[in-house]
Structure formats: structure tokens, C-alpha cells
Design a protein around this ligand. Structure first.
Ligand SMILES: [Ca+2]
Ligand SMILES: [Ca+2]
Length: 208
């Protein structure tokens, strides 16, 4: 599952990554913004959704889309719903939703009943408008099969990522949702454009 994208050179041709592929985790302003807004809640990058029982309930979960996604719908000619790479993506990798109607699901585990903030880092816009994918209902989201409304947060928008044709990343958030301990999933579908991208899911206990 891990590093599956390294085996997909054909995909890279549709989204050429021209930056330095150093494997470094390239922290952007987004990540800092999220961290400060959650008052220094400890971060934990999960190794496996199955490990949730050992997770501290106060930790922010970081779930890389490329490690835990499942394809729900794959249509169109632009590309397969699969892992691709970009310079400013978390872990340099993301899940491509390149066609109108493409849909991926990310699974996650909640360590304890409670309220959580959900943030999904996606492509937020294009060279001409860094927010264009935040607006116009480009993405639709479902948590455990129910439609939820996530809103793009401008302050999380990344620096310009020159990968492929060039674009921006940013977080779309649901401020709070009550979730029970155990398995959950979020679906991300592109419904009003193409060349979408899903990078990472952050699940943060709100303490409320
Ligand atoms: Ca497709
Ligand atoms: Ca990622």
C-alpha cells in the first residue's frame, strides 16, 4: 500500500512533478495554521487505522489520503483515481480526482467518543485563482454516507505548487462533528470541475 505511487510512472506523465523530489516533508503555512488553531494538541501520524486503540484521544490524527484511500467512482479520460505526486503535498503524494465524478473514500478510526474537527487538504485553486476549488461546489463530502458541508479556509492556502500545470493547496473544514469510537470514513467527490486532488485528512478533537 505504501509507496504504491512509485510504481505508477504512467500517472506522472499527466501531472509531471518538476520539483526536487527529496522526500522531505515540506511543511507549508497551512500546517502551521492548523497547529496553532488547535492549541498545540499533539500530532500523531497514524501508522494504520487498526492502531487506533492505542491512540491518545487528545491527539490530532493525520491520515494521508494516499495511504488509506479506496476508489468509489472512477470515470473520465483525465486519469485514474490513484496516487500521484506533487512538491507541496504532504508526504509529496496525493490522490488524484482528475475527472468530474471521480470519488475516493478515506477510512479513519476515532479513539474515543466525542466531537472532532475535520479538515481535508485539497487542491484549493489554480494559478489564476487560488480559491477557485474552494468555491463553486467543486468538491462534495460525505462522512459515513451522510453529506456534510466543508468550507475552504483561506489562511490555510499554500504557496504556489509548480507541479504539473501549477496550483494551490488548502484545507476545507467541518468545525465540529460528533463521532463515536471506532471506524469511520469520508468520501470526497469532484462534482463541478476536474483535476481535483486530495492530500491529507486531519481529525482533531475539539474538546467540546
Ligand atoms: Ca478518473
Ligand atoms: Ca498526502
Amino acid at each position: 500500500m505504501i509507496n504504491k505511487y512509485l510504481l505508477k510512472p504512467a500517472l506522472l506523465s499527466s501531472f509531471i512533478f518538476a520539483g526536487c523530489y527529496t522526500g522531505m516533508f515540506n511543511l507549508s503555512a497551512n500546517d502551521n495554521a492548523t497547529t496553532s488553531s488547535t492549541k498545540k494538541i499533539a500530532e500523531k501520524k497514524i501508522d494504520s487505522p487498526a492502531n487506533s486503540n492505542s491512540q491518545n484521544s487528545k491527539e490530532k490524527l493525520i491520515i494521508e489520503a494516499e495511504d488509506y484511500f479506496k476508489t468509489i467512482t472512477d470515470v473520465g479520460e483525465n486519469g485514474k483515481v490513484d496516487v500521484d505526486s506533487a512538491e507541496l503535498a504532504s508526504e509529496n503524494a496525493f490522490v488524484a480526482l482528475y475527472d468530474l465524478g471521480d470519488c475516493a473514500q478515506i477510512k479513519f478510526n476515532i479513539p474515543q467518543n466525542g466531537n472532532y474537527k475535520i479538515a481535508v487538504r485539497v487542491r484549493s485553486g489554480s494559478k489564476s485563482d487560488k480559491k477557485s476549488y474552494f468555491e463553486n461546489n467543486v468538491y462534495s463530502f460525505k462522512i459515513d454516507g451522510k453529506t456534510v458541508s466543508l468550507v475552504g479556509v483561506e489562511k490555510t492556502i499554500s504557496k504556489f505548487d509548480s507541479s504539473g500545470g501549477g496550483f494551490f493547496w488548502g484545507e476545507m473544514i467541518l468545525p465540529t462533528i460528533e463521532l463515536s469510537k471506532g471506524k469511520h470514513n469520508i468520501e470526497i467527490k469532484i462534482i463541478n470541475n476536474d483535476w481535483g486532488a486530495v492530500d491529507v485528512l486531519y481529525v482533531t478533537p475539539t474538546g467540546k
